[in-house]
Design a protein around this ligand. Structure first.
Ligand code: KG4
Ligand code: ZN
Length: 408
């Protein structure tokens, strides 16, 4: 099966084409093409994602990215087919679908003429597109693009939950990744989907979410813990901003914290920070207080040197990681979980990866985490989630909407 994944929920515009081999017990997944355009530099000046800029950039970049992705995947021979005209009726339909995106429509329809006269070596069987959660104006661009493409090429669409993408991408068998040392390793990676020992506890940590999810069986979720205010990634980004570090702040804080740990492994933190809700006896989180604590700390320091920034970054990271580790441990014990999964952009964090690996080892259960490059938003995880849903019998939809607050 060939699946095209489309992701536009935040500030990454991404498309990915995967090919699956369903004949073995453990389905094999190959990435044929994977293209991503990060808008991070554009949003950095605002200190966070500016939704209307995200929307504009998705609209501008989706068509060229798909073009590149198709080229990379070698499933189409551009202009190699018979010249076929797109019917006027279809053009009007596509125009209607992209009515709010006139720029995208112009670009799309011009490209559509070329695609129609091309030769397909392998057909795309389904489009998986993120329809939430995320920034609604940004999500809509991807959803409308998927619908226009579906109309043009008669391909069914599977609306896909972004958070499910973050979970499933962690469940790939890494030891079986092939071609790791080859020059084009990233482009032609092969994976196997791992059999998970259920129940599993998934901790989803990103710029918009901090959730503990009980995964009872494949694709069956129950949210058992949530943030009451800011998401953990948001807290990383805001703390970084207070320290004068650029957006996105997560990796910046992490880098400084790591340096401090290496230089002064046993230092008592000179600026202690709270561990919010660590003794709350429930599985919820709160990260807005620690951000304020960072602000108050910084306001009392007349000269915020690089050394002090480093100390605060380390204490911040230690504090939030201590909280998420403790809550996850409680969740595992409460539900008798056999597996811990972490996913979402913040799971790229080195200390988090190390501390959770240690937690799972202490508890003697399995630990699943995505590769660092697949922790942050990407379209591979969307294609993969779409595939797993198709295999589980999910039917294609056409009249679906983008939903900013879509839940698992
Ligand atoms: O999942 P994601 O790419 O986008 C959302 O769906 O939100 O997550 C982005 C978040 C940002 O807040 C970013 O600062 C954070 O992930 N992040 C990190 C690291 N890499 C990305 N936070 C801490 N340490 C990192 N290494
Ligand atoms: Zn995400």
């Amino acid at each position: 099966m060939i699946i095209l994944g489309i992701e536009t929920s935040c500030d990454e515009t991404a498309v990915c084409i995967i090919e699956t081999d369903d004949n073995s017990t453990f389905p094999k997944i190959k990435i044929l093409g994977n293209q991503l355009y990060s808008q991070v530099i554009l949003h950095a000046q605002y200190g966070g994602v500016f939704p209307m800029i995200a929307k504009r950039e998705h609209a501008k970049n989706l068509t060229p990215l798909l073009e590149k992705c198709l080229e990379e995947s070698k499933i189409i021979q551009i202009n190699g087919g018979e010249e076929t005209k797109i019917s006027e009726h279809k053009i009007q339909n596509i125009k209607q679908i992209l009515i709010r995106e006139p720029g995208l429509y112009e670009q799309f329809i011009e490209w559509a003429e070329i695609i129609k006269s091309s030769k397909w070596i392998k057909k795309i069987d389904a489009i998986a597109v993120t329809n939430g959660p995320g920034l609604e104006p940004a999500l809509w661009v991807g959803v409308c693009f998927a619908k226009a493409l579906s109309k043009l090429l008669n391909i069914p669409i599977i609306p896909t939950n972004h958070m499910e993408g973050h979970i499933v991408v962690a469940t790939l068998l890494k030891s079986k990744i092939k071609n790791q040392n080859e020059k084009f390793a990233n482009e032609k990676k092969e994976y196997e989907i791992k059999n998970i020992d259920f129940p599993a506890i998934a901790l989803l940590i990103s710029g918009g979410h901090t959730q503990l999810v009980l995964v009872k069986e494949n694709l069956k979720y129950e949210i058992i813990g949530n943030t009451k205010d800011d998401a953990i990634g948001e807290a990383f980004d805001k703390a970084a901003r207070i320290l004068g570090l650029p957006y996105p702040g997560g990796p910046q804080i992490s880098k400084l914290a790591e340096k401090e740990r290496q230089e002064f492994p046993n230092k008592v933190p000179p600026f202690p920070l709270p561990r919010p809700m660590i003794h709350s006896h429930n599985l919820d989180f709160s990260f807005s207080g620690i951000k304020t604590a960072v602000l108050y700390t910084v306001q009392k320091i007349p000269n915020l040197t690089d050394q002090i920034k480093q100390e605060i970054a380390r204490e911040f990271e230690d504090a939030v990681v201590e909280v998420i580790v403790k809550k996850t441990k409680e969740a595992v014990e409460q539900f008798g979980a056999q597996t811990i999964i972490i996913g979402g952009g913040v799971s790229a964090n080195k200390k988090i990866r190390n501390d959770f690996a240690k937690l799972a080892e202490d508890l003697n259960i399995e630990f699943l985490v995505p590769e660092i490059s697949e922790s942050t938003d990407n379209a591979f995880m969307i294609a993969l989630a779409g595939y797993i849903n198709i295999k589980a019998g999910k039917k294609p939809e056409i009249e679906f909407k983008a939903k900013g607050n879509l839940s698992l």
